[in-house]
Design a protein around this ligand. Structure first.
Ligand SMILES: [Zn+2]
Length: 475
């Protein structure tokens, strides 16, 4: 950490650890006293803007932050150089807090309320710089509280790379790194404060590669076999298939390589597919049919085809036992209050989103608790949730109404609106972990709920099979 932060910030982080923390109020106050330091860490990672599996500096900064606070670091877990585990304490119960830190390609943006690239290859449009930092902050504050009050048990932080399309946590689950964890907590940046039961779609993704024969497209077309014909035939079949799959399934594709010049019959073409649904068995079935379409397309066009699994995640399994505790703590913590500067920033962002005015109430308030949720995306937290009782929350780190993966999300995440929302998450995660440490009976109830929800005969089968981590998927 020495090379990343000013000395003053370091001293602050060290000194406040010494303050006695007995009650939840003490722990929240201690976190408030470090808000500036954690803000600096988050904005440093925001500035690095490293993509999936390439998060070397971001991962190193969080590792150093946790190591300086007395956590034991195990890095490079599950065969992923940027994945790590940070641990403090020993024995039962083991509570894990998940953190992410990867950025998204093509979404570079400055911390200003109008669209202005920062000139980088990627940007933190999903707020994972806040995610990793707040989760680290929560783990550190729980550690301080455990030390002061001689609490038995283990607090862990998991540095989870490549959430965006890289399925980082799936390899970690497959490797068994969560097997001795009793409860896992996570959160996600957003444009409102909510701790309802989450939902996410199961997902399988792959790159299909067609190989043909090059030839002059006008002079000797009969000698050629077009790999692009293979891709297009496959897409036609899959598009027809949409009529014959469950209505709530999703299939998306992009042609990532369609050849280079119209006068050359392409000998290589590639298409990148996603299949999603709320039930992983449905996803597996649809994916197998997509593979059949690819095989048929190759046969019909005189090309050959192979494919590489890229990602695969389970749907999210809620755990209401832990979720309700988290909700109560979020209500205790409260939402985000903007200062004048943030209001002016928020007004401009709101206008850019086509809104009449800034919706301050959504940033300040907590959304009502719900036991069921609608899924619109996928997350590799799904696989963790099938292994360990898991609960999460979202906080208003972005101006209300901001969609994820937008320049507006990058902009707010690069200034104080993002770091204020992040501290709401850090506090809620910390208080929730404290409640579980104080009442280990919760762990047994949460585990019983997990058993019941996933079924007696459940056996974890990773959706991406036995492939090694796709460490170069962003290169
Ligand atoms: Zn995300």
């Amino acid at each position: 950490m020495k090379k990343f932060l000013p000395l003053g910030a370091l001293l602050l982080l060290g000194a406040s650890s010494l303050v006695a923390q007995k009650s939840k109020e003490d722990v929240m106050k201690a976190l408030d006293s470090k808000a500036e330091t954690y803000g600096t860490i988050a904005h440093t990672i925001w500035d690095y803007a490293e993509m999936g599996y390439l998060e070397e500096q971001s991962s190193a900064l969080l590792q150093e932050t946790l190591a300086d606070e007395g956590f034991t670091i195990t890095k490079g877990i599950a065969g992923i150089p940027t994945a790590f585990k940070a641990e403090y304490g020993s024995g039962y119960p083991v509570i894990a807090i998940l953190g992410e830190f990867d950025a998204l390609p093509g979404l570079s943006q400055q911390a200003v309320p109008e669209k202005q690239s920062a000139g980088k290859a990627a940007g933190h449009a999903c707020g994972h710089h806040l995610f990793g930092t707040a989760s680290s902050a929560a783990a550190i504050s729980v550690k301080d509280w455990m030390t002061t009050n001689k609490i038995k048990g283990t607090i862990r932080f998991y540095g989870c790379p490549a959430e965006e399309g890289g399925s980082g946590k799936v390899y970690m689950v497959r490797e068994g790194v969560f097997d001795d964890v009793d409860v896992a907590l996570h959160w996600h940046p957003g444009s409102a404060n909510a701790a309802s039961a989450g939902a996410a779609l199961a997902n399988k993704s792959a790159k299909f590669r067609f190989h043909g024969i090059s030839a002059h497209a006008a002079g000797a077309p009969d000698k050629g076999r077009s790999a692009l014909d293979g891709v297009e035939s496959m897409n036609i079949m899959v598009n027809m298939m949409r009529e014959h799959i469950p209505q709530d399934a999703r299939i998306h594709y992009v042609i990532t390589d369609g050849g280079k010049a119209p006068n050359v019959v392409p000998d290589f073409a590639e298409v990148y597919y996603y299949a999603r649904h709320g039930n992983r068995d449905v996803v597996v079935d649809i994916f197998d049919r997509i593979v059949k379409a690819a095989e048929g397309a190759a046969l019909g066009t005189g090309t050959t085809m192979d494919y590489e699994m890229i990602g695969g995640t389970h749907e999210l399994l809620p755990n209401l036992t832990v979720q309700k505790i988290m909700y109560d703590n979020l209500v205790k913590v409260g939402g985000v209050t903007y200062n004048e500067e943030e209001k002016a920033f928020g007004e401009k962002i709101s206008k850019s989103l086509g809104k009449e005015s800034l919706d301050l109430a959504t940033a300040e308030n907590i959304q009502p608790y719900k036991e069921t949720a609608q899924a619109y995306g996928s997350t590799d937290v799904g696989d963790v949730s099938y292994t360990v009782p898991t609960a999460g929350l979202g906080t208003a780190t972005w101006v209300p109404g901001t969609p994820a993966h937008s320049w507006q999300a990058v902009a707010a995440g690069g200034m104080s609106i993002g770091t204020k929302g992040m501290m709401v998450a850090a506090k809620t995660l910390a208080l929730t972990a404290m409640d579980i440490f104080k009442n280990p009976k919760t762990v047994e109830a949460a585990k019983a709920e997990l058993e019941e929800r996933r079924g007696k005969d459940f056996k974890y089968v990773p959706m991406l099979g036995n492939r090694p981590p796709a460490l170069d998927y962003r290169k």
